[in-house]
Design a binder for this molecule. Structure first.
Ligand SMILES: Cc1cc2nc3c(=O)[nH]c(=O)nc-3n(C[C@H](O)[C@H](O)[C@H](O)COP(=O)(O)O)c2cc1C
Length: 181
């Protein structure tokens, strides 16, 4: 049963790649700064590989990138409303530095989305009017893919008569145990 649940969570996470309106397309990513204050934001889940490593695209100048330099610990939260399924993934967030991999991922960025990585001013800079935002050229973009490597995943599914809660930890391979919901 623990193995089935793990297959289910894997299927759902990877489902976000193939099903257009899958609820795990948008996930909550939390990082922690030097001040120990957690900071959460919505991001798009771009890729999930067989080992459940996840790819996220961002602007290299964002706070999350600054934070992961001093503290790579991060948490991803995903919620599937129809299944009442919550996944909490804890692990490390690492910039994808390989040129080859960066290029492969950059090719996945649509023409409209490229704009998101080309603001002249750093994201989060205070402005007096939204029209004030200027853009640099495509070649000067600040696109940065990040890889999230989970080392534990908590599965919680609310259902009657019994809720299901399990924790999977990675130690060469994934091992699961049941938790009281
Ligand atoms: C629907 C939605 C999708 C988003 N997708 C991304 C994304 O894929 N990557 C990203 O860096 N920010 C994304 N954002 C913006 C983030 O939520 C956040 O505002 C931004 O990354 C700056 O966060 P930070 O300053 O904490 O680093 C998205 C926001 C929304 C509302």
């Amino acid at each position: 049963m623990l193995a089935e649940l793990f297959e289910d969570l894997k299927h759902e996470l990877r489902g976000a790649m193939v099903q257009r309106k899958h609820p795990f397309k948008y996930i909550t990513l939390t990082t922690v700064g030097n001040d120990n204050a957690p900071r959460s934001r919505t991001v798009v889940l771009r890729e999930v590989d067989e080992t459940l490593n996840c790819i996220i695209f961002t602007d290299a100048r964002t706070v999350k990138v600054e934070q992961l330099k001093s503290n790579p610990n991060a948490c991803i939260l995903a919620y599937h409303p129809k299944k009442m399924l919550q996944l909490r993934l804890n692990g490390r967030l690492i910039p994808v530095n390989s040129d080859k991999e960066q290029k492969r991922l950059f090719h996945k960025v649509g023409a409209n989305s490229l704009k998101d990585y080309t603001t002249l001013q750093t994201p989060g800079t205070e402005i007096s009017n939204p029209d004030e935002v200027a853009y640099v050229t495509r070649d000067e973009n600040h696109f940065l893919p990040l890889r999230f490597e989970p080392d534990s995943i908590e599965y919680l599914r609310l259902k009657r008569p019994n809720h299901l809660r399990a924790l999977y930890c990675k130690d060469n391979e994934w091992n699961g145990s049941w938790l009281v919901p």
